[in-house]
Design a protein around this ligand. Structure first.
Ligand SMILES: [Zn+2]
Length: 720
């Protein structure tokens, strides 16, 4: 789930490029300083009437701003006087005079705005503006479903019987350049509805049976979002912050759990970082699927709210975004640090609070996802990360960034790490913060030099691959000291500056150390008064690094992550419809079903999804045992009938990685296809109908980063 940010960011980057290249813009964006927006919903007409007033700064000659394409402007004034303007669709600038379009910044076409041009002949500077317009905004939302794999193509605005949603991407409030500005929004809505917008509720009254509610964001921001519907509400106060639920009546029974969990999150982060930045936090149900966090509220699809794990995962993430993203902003020009930090403070932290093992598994899953989704060819540096649009961008933008914060915490200590969180929050509310500001804050709080972090981890793509070579191992019979001499190496250029965890263990216990590795290789020795049996490098996955194939068992996400996978069916065509629907739901794209004969010679593909093969591939020997009426998976028996088995494996004919589906329940296949992206980290899944009843990971092989220590000297003396 993500913080919404306006498409202006893209345009802003392009404007900057022009400025840097020394060209003068013929038509630049106006700079809005404030928006005071009054909107009146006309639900039966799917329409909204808007009056937006405030101040903006204009340049001499041609200026422009962006406005919703459906907006019919009724009046536009500057300093109280009607002002002439020229409006054109974003994709229809060809006929405009050269002086207007020369060097005109590119427009992000996602929201399809209209361009409003003003020719300002006076001195440049701030002016008062007032813009009145009406727009019919309706998008059919009945076919929208929540997507794990693809973000984008979302609804930007709709006014319907079930509710009204207006996002910054719809340009329902005019948009100028990227400078954050103040937003106040007054909504005139049906009397039985509730509205919600960014920040705090300033005023509320009922006029002629309609409700009028005024919202204000106390911090400047880069957009405003509005939602309204007929809700059932409940609220509770925690340390003078009000937590509200705006749910649909049929979900009222869920509200108590949401209120309780949210108050815990607000309290936890207020202690960890500083006081919650708004008067209220509202969990709002949506009538179509979304997972957005806005200043002081989150908009979650009704179906999403009903998922039992949302309270312990996404909800806390959205609450934490009020500190990171919704009051302290991201300087997108140097890359978005905010998702990685929020994952670290929420999703990952909840695992850590449960147990070190769960935190370790979470980190290893991140490395496995990097393996599944990111190759040398499609990798990119974090400076280029703006928002999540695919599993690949999530893996780098969220997970790699999270691991960078983890490595920083390991390097400077937990106390200094969270002191930097407090310092940034207390100093930078309402301001944009860049990666460099974070590095400065961590250095200030710890006095540890971190100048390598940005060049190594943020400005370039990739991850190190480590290797271990044991050079000598000996034990002293008198002192009973054992010494291991070894070399750590990193392959690939350029190198990273790493703090490498190394563990030696034996019957007497375990010794963990951290060794600095600055160049391509270095030699070390560890001496302890214990019998050492093994030496391991980074056994708990504290470093963001490339895993060895031996460290990675086949998992569902590896198959999901590869765009080039073949679907092969060993059953007759009657069921091909169900398998096709499975593939469509799993990949969110139509798939071709190949006949069984193709499995020996799959073209251009080393990933496959195979339905009911005649024989199980060798990989499953010892892992899966088929009987007439049962299937044993990792020694647990399940019935054969009415069950579906998803088994991942590797190396079968020409196929590198594959997923075998065993089932006699074709009716459940389409639903299971929808579900399995949620189970990406598992090697096998068992479903009874469409209900998951078993899941797990295969054992992994011997990692090249773990070596047995053998006493050569002792062996020699013992030999005859
Ligand atoms: Zn997020």
């Amino acid at each position: 789930m993500s913080v919404k940010f306006s498409s202006r960011i893209l345009a802003a980057v392009i404007v900057l490029a022009f400025v840097l290249s020394g060209q003068v813009l013929a038509a630049g964006y106006v700079v809005f300083d404030s928006h005071n927006t009054t909107l009146k919903l006309d639900v039966p007409a799917h329409a909204v009437s808007i009056e937006d007033t405030g101040t903006m700064t204009v340049a001499k000659d041609w200026n422009l701003f962006l406005l919703n394409a459906a907006a019919a402007v009724e009046s536009f004034t500057i300093n109280g006087q009607a002002f002439e303007y020229m409006a054109v669709p974003f994709n229809d600038v060809a006929g405009l005079p050269d002086k207007m379009t020369r060097d005109m910044p590119e427009i992000d076409s996602a929201g399809h705005p209209q361009l409003v041009f003003l020719n300002w002949r006076d001195n440049p500077g701030p002016v008062e503006f007032a813009l009145k317009y009406r727009a019919e905004l309706y998008q059919d939302v009945s076919n929208i479903r929540f997507s794990n794999e693809k973000v984008g193509g979302e609804v930007t605005a709709t006014i319907a019987e079930q509710g009204a949603y207006l996002s910054p991407q719809s340009y329902f409030v005019p948009v100028g350049d990227e400078t954050p500005c103040t937003y106040r929004l007054t909504a005139d809505i049906p009397g039985e509805w509730e509205s919600i917008s960014d920040g705090n509720l300033l005023a509320e009254e009922t006029v002629d049976g309609r409700k009028v509610q005024t919202w204000e964001n106390p911090y400047k921001s880069d957009g405003v979002t509005f939602f309204a519907s007929a809700f059932t509400t409940a609220s509770v106060e925690v340390d003078s912050v009000w937590v509200h639920c705006y749910f649909f009546p049929e979900d009222a029974h869920l509200m108590n759990n949401y209120l309780r969990a949210t108050t815990d999150y607000v309290r936890m982060y207020s202690e960890l970082i500083g006081p919650y930045p708004f008067d209220r936090f509202t969990i709002v149900a949506n009538f179509f699927p979304t997972g957005y966090g806005m200043p002081g509220w989150t908009l979650l699809g009704q179906q999403v709210l009903r998922l039992p794990f949302i309270i312990s995962t996404s909800l806390g993430h959205e609450v934490l975004h009020n500190w990171w993203g919704n009051s302290v902003f991201v300087d997108y020009e140097s890359g978005n640090w905010c998702e990685g930090l929020t994952v670290y403070g929420a999703d990952y932290r909840y695992k850590l609070l449960q147990s070190p093992d769960m935190a370790r598994d979470y980190r290893k899953d991140i490395l496995k996802q990097y393996d599944s989704y990111v190759t040398e060819e499609n990798d990119f540096p974090l400076t280029e990360f703006k928002s999540r649009t695919s599993p690949k961008t999530r893996t780098v933008g969220y997970n790699k960034a999270m691991m960078i914060f983890h490595m920083i915490e390991r390097e400077i200590g937990t106390e200094a790490f969270f002191q930097a969180w407090k310092n940034i929050y207390s100093r930078a509310k309402g301001q944009k913060v860049a990666w460099q500001d974070w590095i400065d804050a961590f250095q200030e709080a710890s006095r540890v030099k971190l100048s390598h972090i940005i060049p190594d981890w943020v400005e370039r793509p990739g991850a190190p691959t480590l290797s271990l070579e044991v050079q000598d191992f000996s034990c002293d019979g008198v002192t009973r000291n054992c010494t291991v001499k070894f070399k750590l190496m990193q392959t690939g250029q350029p190198n990273y500056r790493l703090q490498v965890p190394v563990r030696v263990s034996g019957p007497g216990g375990v010794v963990d150390t951290v060794l600095a590795l600055k160049g391509g290789d270095a030699s070390y020795e560890i001496t302890r008064r214990m019998l050492m049996q093994t030496i391991e490098v980074d056994p708990d996955y504290h470093l963001f690094r490339r895993l060895y194939p031996e460290e990675v068992e086949p998992v569902v996400s590896a198959i999901l992550g590869n765009p080039n996978k073949a679907f092969v069916s060993f059953v007759d065509t009657d069921t091909a419809g169900a398998f096709g629907a499975f593939g469509l739901n799993m990949t969110e794209d139509t798939v071709d079903i190949l006949p069984a004969a193709m499995v020996d010679s799959l073209p251009d593909s080393d990933y496959a999804v195979v339905l009911n093969p005649a024989e199980l591939p060798d990989y499953f020997r010892g892992r899966v045992i088929l009987r007439d009426d049962s299937v044993r998976v990792k020694n647990i028996p399940y019935p054969r009938g009415g069950h579906t088995y998803i088994l991942t494996g590797q190396d079968w004919n020409t196929v590198g990685k594959y997923m075998v589906i065993l089932t006699d329940d074709y009716e459940s296949l389409p639903r299971i296809g929808q579900l399995i992206p949620h189970y990406g980290k598992y090697s096998f899944l068992v479903f009874e109908g469409a209900r998951n009843v078993g899941k797990g990971q295969w054992e992994v092989g011997q990692s090249p980063l773990k070596k047995k220590l053998v006493l050569e000297a002792v062996k020699k003396t013992e030999s005859p």
